[in-house]
Design a protein around this ligand. Sequence first.
Ligand code: ADP
Ligand code: MG
Length: 339
Amino acid sequence: MSTSRTELKDLGKFKLIETITENFKLHHPTSIHGIGDDAAVIDTGNFYILVTTNMLVEGVAFDLTYCPLKHVGYKAVVGTMADIIAMNGTLEQITVSIAISNRFTLEAVQELYQGIYRACEHYKVDLVGGDTTSSTSGLILSITAIGKVVKEKLCLRKGAKPYDLVCVTGDLGAAYLGLQILNREKKIFEVDPHMQPKLEPYQHLIERQLKPEARTEIIQLFDQENILPSSMIDISGGLASGLLHINKVSGVGITIYENKLPINQKTYETAEALHLSSTLCALHGGEDYELLFTIPQSELPKIEKHPNIHVIGYVTDVSLGVKLITNSDESIEINAQGW
Ligand code: ADP
Ligand code: MG
């Protein structure tokens, strides 16, 4: 047995996954893509099946002090769905596994499942199984999603080409700021339980944090307009992380512009009030469940008028790295930790 000891905190999540899975080979020709994209790709003959799984742990992914269980359930389905959508696929089935402690009542677990039910009804997804076990502390929720994509329409993180346009959907940074506001109000409440939380002014941010939606309409638009992104990734882990993944896997550079980042007015104002940079929130905040994709320039007329698609930059040669051109025309290298 090895006597060496590596602290996980020094390794980081991606290096950890890479290290523990490096010896695994794919044995079956039906396993088209294994580890490394938003979902695994399995050949069924006529189309590809997409499989992904997401685990949420109480106290890490959600805080039940301000996140109602219904929202935890809804958001868990949306989060898993985002990985299927990022492959240009549609989600058809989910399985849900829970580990629960005695702290929870039947009514609490029912509330969690009401949220899962709402998401299944809204997005026409079938709950087809799962597992239930006990936990010594708190709630753990794991969702596996099974989706489908026509073979020719599969989108990977790999495939972006120099001169392609870099696009994102929706607006960025709001979910992160929603979380900051909820944490702030929680702290105020802990000091003085008579204080009523002041959440109304932050409705957009809190909704983006507690009840995100999946961008199914973008996948439908791609289908209708016959658009095939050259690469695509779900950016629930943050825009910067998504850009770096495409940079690494596609072997290209990317330049984006600070003044093109889609940031809601409320996000700007709240970031300023909290002495945070709205640009940093948009780049690194995460949890927006939006899509980052690249398309050839010739496709611009098909998307430029869409209210929820924003061109933020373009693909370059790999030697140029991943850059942000700031509002003062400075070129700054984007990295995972912030700049
Ligand atoms: P995402 O951020 O899209 O949810 P992750 O960063 O969690 O994806 O995972 C990156 C890749 O590594 C995915 O292909 C995922 O399936 C795979 N992966 C993550 N954790 C493990 C694990 N413990 N064992 C095997 N594969 C894993
Ligand atoms: Mg993903």
